[in-house]
Design a protein around this ligand. Structure first.
Ligand SMILES: *[C@@H]1O[C@H](CO)[C@@H](O)[C@H](O)[C@H]1NC(C)=O
Length: 288
């Protein structure tokens, strides 16, 4: 009873803070994971066909943070200078941003921060590693010029389907990663929208999907990519599938009032003293 009151108080305060900060600055989204987040739509034999669907077209209200940390008009392939070892194609990011703006133009400007790298496993995304550090560094650079981080879009796990042991450890590693990102960005209720796998590099796809679909954290939403059409490599989403996925991600984004989902899986809150303070404040503000 008491712990859930704490969490409730904490969430009330943090969403109030979010509303106060909803100024004219950029709505910033971090894009992380592996190749299907980086985008391989339209890539065949490591070559992109160059086709950009209308839903993924440039929009003056959509910017991307380049590898050298400058904001520029966003165009596909969004990850071209981040995931540069392979040919990048269409991913979900542009369709997500266009869809979000269609639903609510009061968002203003959307700032996309590409961070995904093809072929990377969850262990490589652990705190302290190069990918993790790059994600945090780019997130911090993104807000330095104004705006606020509104969410993390995460699509990863194909590389963790090869061994049974990794598939079984996936959920713990994933939850730890989400916790660390929220903690290190000092955004304990950061909305996260993750994608449940449509494909994988190994036989344990279902095991990883169970981990993804069974992860319940505050302000975590999961969209399911299973069934979306794949490229002939049977691993990567097609351009059309990426557009669909981007629109699913936009639908799943909690607008106005992020509705907290609390379950047994949400572990010890990150900062007990802060939450206790929020709790006192919550009680105090309800007395008047
Ligand atoms: C993850 O990738 C790294 C680097 O490629 C590799 O050394 C490690 O064995 C992989 N771990 C898992 C769990 O697959």
């Amino acid at each position: 009873m008491l712990p859930s009151l704490f969490v409730y108080a904490y969430l009330s305060i943090s969403s109030a803070i979010t509303l106060v900060n909803a100024d004219a600055g950029k709505a910033i989204f971090l894009l992380a994971g592996q190749s299907n987040m980086a985008g391989r739509g339209g890539v065949v034999n490591d070559k992109w066909d160059g086709y950009v669907p209308p839903q993924s077209s440039p929009n003056p209200a959509i910017l991307r943070l380049s590898a050298d940390l400058n904001w520029q008009p966003a165009t596909e392939p969004l990850h071209r200078d981040i995931d540069y070892f392979r040919a990048c194609g269409v991913g979900p990011g542009m369709a997500f941003a266009n869809s979000l703006l269609r639903q609510d133009s009061s968002i203003g400007t959307v700032g996309l921060v590409p961070c995904a790298v093809g072929g990377t496993n969850i262990t490589e995304w652990a705190r302290g590693g190069q990918l993790y550090n790059q994600l945090i560094r780019r997130a911090e650079a993104a807000v330095a010029g104004g705006g606020a981080i509104k969410g993390l879009l995460w699509y990863q796990g194909e590389s963790d389907t090869v061994n049974r042991e990794d598939a079984e450890l996936y959920q713990r590693r994933l939850e730890r990663f989400f916790d660390h990102v929220r903690h290190d960005l000092v955004l304990p209720a950061l909305p996260i929208i993750q994608v449940a796998l449509a494909s994988g590099a190994g036989p344990y796809i279902e095991r990883v999907r169970e981990a993804q679909l069974g992860t319940w954290l505050v302000n975590l939403r999961t969209v399911d990519a299973m069934g979306l059409r794949l490229e002939p490599d049977r691993l990567h989403l097609t351009t059309t599938s990426q557009v669909t996925l981007g629109e699913m991600l936009a639908q799943a984004f909690p607008r106005d009032h992020p509705s907290p989902i609390i379950s047994q899986a949400s572990r010890t809150p990150p900062n007990f003293i802060y939450i206790f303070f929020c709790f006192l404040f919550f009680i105090y503000s309800n007395l008047f």
